[in-house]
Design a protein around this ligand. Structure first.
Ligand code: C2E
Ligand code: CA
Ligand code: CA
Ligand code: CA
Length: 277
């Protein structure tokens, strides 16, 4: 009743029809929103541990819809995927990110950008060739681009995903397994994937201060990752204690609100300047 879900507290429960209509509108209006500049990319910095240098940024898409207001990617990315428009979204985020990396290179900074992929991007056989063209267009070396993919995404259709991942990897692009630990953990598969990084899912990192089980998961992913020669990234680092614990475990990179929230381009620039000043 009144105390259960957030929506019920606000006294508004969208009907199935409303949800459907909203999704329909999102899908039909996405391209126009891109053209109108209502879709943008925010960047969240990551730092290396223990020396706390900028390790790169993750590109996270944002949409300020004229009618619905700010939409979180968790809300619209699945609708965009289902409508077959993920290629359009990924191209946009990739292009924005490479443009940003290029500007940094021109300023003498080597900062890499990580772009999230959907499993549907791997259904496009031409994807690696498209990415290579974009890297060339912006003159960005492939090692300054990382693609993040969820474990479940890769494992839903390994036959299709693996050749494309191998091709991306052979171009010199870094690959990261996102949200690690949440899927049907395919530790055996991890060995066979052409990946360079594992990202520990934020649920474990957020819980590790109070839950010994979460702490154990984080510790074992750091160990597993290192035994496979991978860079281990922790996301969801909100507290000093978490960062210190991760540092003590030997985790390589930290990302989270403690370091910075995802920022629009101009605010990221200010953040970088304050850190390197
Ligand atoms: P993700 O790839 O796991 O991204 C990390 C999410 O955690 C981001 O949410 C980020 O804002 C949030 N986050 C970062 N630090 C903290 C922290 O310290 N505490 C907490 N509680 N959260 C933190 P966001 O931006 O809402 O993105 C949600 C998901 O949407 C992403 O999860 C990713 O799966 C997807 N997504 C975002 N941008 C894109 C994109 O360009 N393409 C695709 N295919 N998916 C995207
Ligand atoms: Ca990610
Ligand atoms: Ca993640
Ligand atoms: Ca996620």
């Amino acid at each position: 009743r009144a105390t259960r879900g957030g929506d019920e507290v606000r006294g508004y429960v969208p009907s199935m029809g409303q949800i459907f209509l909203r999704r329909f509108q999102m899908v039909t209006q996405f391209r126009q929103s891109l053209e109108d500049g209502h879709v943008s990319v925010h960047y969240q910095p990551k730092i290396t541990l223990p020396n706390r240098q900028v390790a790169g940024v993750e590109a996270l898409v944002r949409w300020v819809h004229p009618e619905f207001g700010r939409l979180g990617p968790d809300e619209f990315v699945p609708a965009i995927e289902a409508a077959g428009l993920i290629g359009v979204l990924t191209s946009f985020v990739l292009e924005e990110s490479l443009r940003r990396v290029r500007k940094w290179l021109d300023e003498g900074l080597r900062i890499s950008a990580a772009v999230n992929l959907s499993v549907r991007n791997l259904g496009d056989e031409d994807f690696p060739a498209k990415v290579q063209r974009e890297l060339e267009r912006f003159g960005v070396p492939p090692e300054l681009l990382t693609f993040e993919l969820t474990e479940s995404g890769v494992m839903s259709d390994p036959q299709k995903a693996l050749p494309i991942l191998r091709e991306l990897h052979s171009l010199g692009i870094e690959l990261a397994v996102d949200d690690f630990g949440t899927g049907y953990s395919s530790l055996a598969y991890l060995r066979q994937l052409p990946v360079d990084q594992v990202k520990i899912d934020k649920s474990f990192v957020l819980g590790m201060g109070t839950d010994l089980g979460d702490l154990a998961v984080v510790r074992s992913i750091v160990e597993l990752g290192h035994s496979l020669g991978l860079t281990v990234v922790a996301e969801g680092v909100e507290e000093d204690v978490a960062r210190d614990q991760l540092e003590a475990m030997g985790c390589d990179v930290a990302q989270g609100y403690l370091i910075s929230r995802p920022l629009p381009e101009d605010r990221l620039e200010a953040w970088l300047q304050a850190r390197t000043a």
